[in-house]
Design a protein around this ligand. Sequence first.
Ligand SMILES: *Cc1c(COP(=O)(O)O)cnc(C)c1O
Ligand SMILES: [Zn+2]
Length: 423
Amino acid sequence: MKSTEVYYVRGSRCRVESLRCKECGRDYPLEARFVCDHCFGPLEVAYDFSGLEPAETRRKIQAGPQSIWRYADFLPFERPPNTALAAGVTPLVKADRLAARLGLREVWVKNDAANPTHSFKDRVVTVAIAKAQELGYDVVACASTGNLANSVAAHAAAAGLESYVFIPSDLEEQKVLATGVYGTHLVAVRGSYDDVNRLCTELSSERDWAFVNVNVRPYYAEGSKTLGYEIAEQLGWELPDRVVVPIASGSLFTKIARGFEEWLDVGLIHGELPAMNGAQAAGCSPVARAFADDESVCRPVRPDTIAKSLAIGDPADGPYALELARRSGGAIDAVSDEEARDGICLLAETTGIFTETAGGVTTAVLQRLAKRGDIDPNERVVVVITGEGLKTLDAVRGSFETYEIEPRADAFAEALESDRVPA
Ligand SMILES: *Cc1c(COP(=O)(O)O)cnc(C)c1O
Ligand SMILES: [Zn+2]
């Protein structure tokens, strides 16, 4: 197993302390490892932020690059790595027309489709690949529900690394094409994402490769915190009251909250952790079901939904997502594929943002919460849109009509009259 040394810069102590077990608290060196030898709990990066002075830290962030590396003090590197494909600093848009449709006062859309490969996965991949390079790996790989494959292939190409991406063989064609184009080794596995993930876990112990969401997962997961930092910074160093986030493995959901908590601890922002609302598709909703049943662990399911990027039947961070939703006064809801399709259209028609099926699920859950009266009309709500509509075009096929006419003005007038074109 490759390792890196803990080193010191400008006489200051390294803020990155170790990999620490989330269950028993045991420390491990900062290597490519992801599970505790003692209790099999997941490992995550542990920091000591006690030396960070809020005003100076804020100044450094504001003077930093227009990418996630502006938050380098909170990421597991001593120096921001040199990555060719920058991720992050995506738009946070105030969505007044969406808010009005839902009877809410203040809704913001965090549009993470505006990343280099059009999903939030660029945040986690850019961190994982930078770490893989630091640890000396020449080959990177992943088990993907689609967007991760897309992102790993692109970032590996930019870094000049060889890559292998493993996907379920029934993935959307747009995602397959947008991945293969980068010159990766694309492996379609006959099975579900959970089968792909099991295969990659096995392969990661046989091969000296960095699997971004397996053996370097603790670093990968850190990339998601930057979504939380950005929301707070873009709201003028304030927290929203509520955040609606899609859940696949539950990593993004829990890490956005971790980002808020770290900044509260350092004193960069003040107030309370927002209510955290998770969004799943009914056809793959192990976390939403456990939430409804008051369970603390999730029962694995076999996914059947158009929201393929969320189709993880055995979510690694499910228990932590449940704990967070309860502790923050949020919830975890599941919506049907039909509601997700309507969610895509609602977001598109009111904001001009075209999202993939995962964003349809998230928007539909926001709508559900508004209808149910869970959202106080005065709340400031952020809905996190994680991917691009052009990658899941089949979801909107048949949701509108096209009018075909001869190239003559009278033909158009006729069409108008016959009420075939809405005047
Ligand atoms: C991967 C993914 C998610 C959720 O990721 P987790 O961190 O595994 O919960 C959400 N939306 C999209 C579009 C994704 O690709
Ligand atoms: Zn442990």
